[in-house]
Design a binder for this molecule. Structure first.
Ligand code: 5GP
Length: 207
C-alpha cells in the first residue's frame, strides 16, 4: 500500500498566478493532484464544468454543506466556494500529493481540521505588478478589479499565518519552488514513521 500523500494548501492574491502554478506543477510532475472545487459563481469564458470547477446552484451547494460533503467552504465576493471531500481523500489514499487552491478563510478551516497541512501563500513581487496582472488577464471589469485589490489588502493580513511565501516572478521558478516545498515536507520525521519502524525492525534482525 502506498504511503498517504500530502495535503497542501495554496492561497494567494487574485492575479498572483496561483492557478497557473498549480496547474503547471500537475502537468510537469506525475504525483500531484489538484482538487476541483465546487462554486456557485458563474463560469468564466472558457471554463469547463468538472475541469475548472463544479458549477452549482446555491441550493445544490447548501445541500453539499448539509451532507457534510465538503472539507471546507467559504463565501468569497458573494459566492460559495468549497472543497468536495471524496476526491481529495481518494487521491491522498492512493499516495498522491493533493493541492487545495483556496482562499484564506477556507485555508484556516483546513488548518484547524488538519494541522499538519503545509500552508503556502502565493504573491506577485510587488503590489503594482499584481494590479497589472489582474488588468492584463481581462476577465474582470474595473469595478471587479478594484474589489479584488481591496480583498487582497484584507488577505495580506493573513500572510503571516502561512508556512511558506512564494513570490511568483516567473512561473517556471515558482513551480520548482513549490515542488521543493513538497520534497522538504516529505522528509519531515513525522511523515516517515513507517520508514523508521522498518529501519528499526531491519536493524533488530541484524544485531
Ligand atoms: P475565482 O473566482 O477567481 O476562481 O476564485 C476566487 C477565490 O476562491 C480564489 O482565491 C480561489 O483560490 C478561491 N477558491 C477556489 N476554490 C475554493 C474552495 O474550494 N474553497 C475556498 N475556501 N476557496 C476557494
Amino acid at each position: 500500500m502506498p504511503d498517504e500523500g500530502i495535503l497542501l494548501v495554496v492561497s494567494g492574491f487574485s492575479g498572483a498566478g496561483k492557478g497557473t502554478i498549480t496547474k503547471a506543477i500537475c502537468s510537469r510532475y506525475d504525483n500531484y493532484a489538484l482538487s476541483i472545487s465546487a462554486t456557485t459563481r458563474k463560469p468564466r469564458v472558457g471554463e469547463v464544468e468538472g475541469e475548472h470547477y463544479f458549477f452549482r446552484s446555491k441550493e445544490e451547494f447548501e445541500e453539499m454543506i448539509r451532507n457534510d460533503a465538503l472539507i471546507e467552504y467559504a463565501c468569497y465576493e458573494g459566492n460559495y466556494y468549497g472543497t468536495p471531500k471524496d476526491y481529495v481523500m481518494k487521491k491522498l489514499s492512493e499516495g498522491c500529493d493533493v493541492i487545495l487552491e483556496i482562499e484564506v478563510q477556507g485555508a484556516q478551516k483546513v488548518h484547524e481540521k488538519f494541522p499538519d497541512t503545509p500552508m503556502v501563500f502565493v504573491t506577485a513581487p510587488t503590489a503594482e505588478i499584481l494590479a497589472g496582472r489582474l488588468r492584463g488577464r481581462g476577465t474582470e471589469n474595473e469595478e471587479q478589479i478594484r474589489g479584488r485589490l481591496r480583498r487582497a489588502t484584507e488577505e495580506a493580513e493573513f500572510m503571516g499565518d502561512y508556512d511558506y511565501i512564494l513570490i511568483n516572478d516567473t512561473v517556471d521558478e515558482t513551480v520548482e519552488s513549490l515542488h521543493d516545498i513538497f520534497r522538504v515536507e516529505h522528509m519531515k520525521v513525522k511523515r516517515n514513521s513507517r520508514f523508521m519502524d522498518e529501519m528499526k525492525r531491519g536493524l533488530g534482525h541484524l544485531s
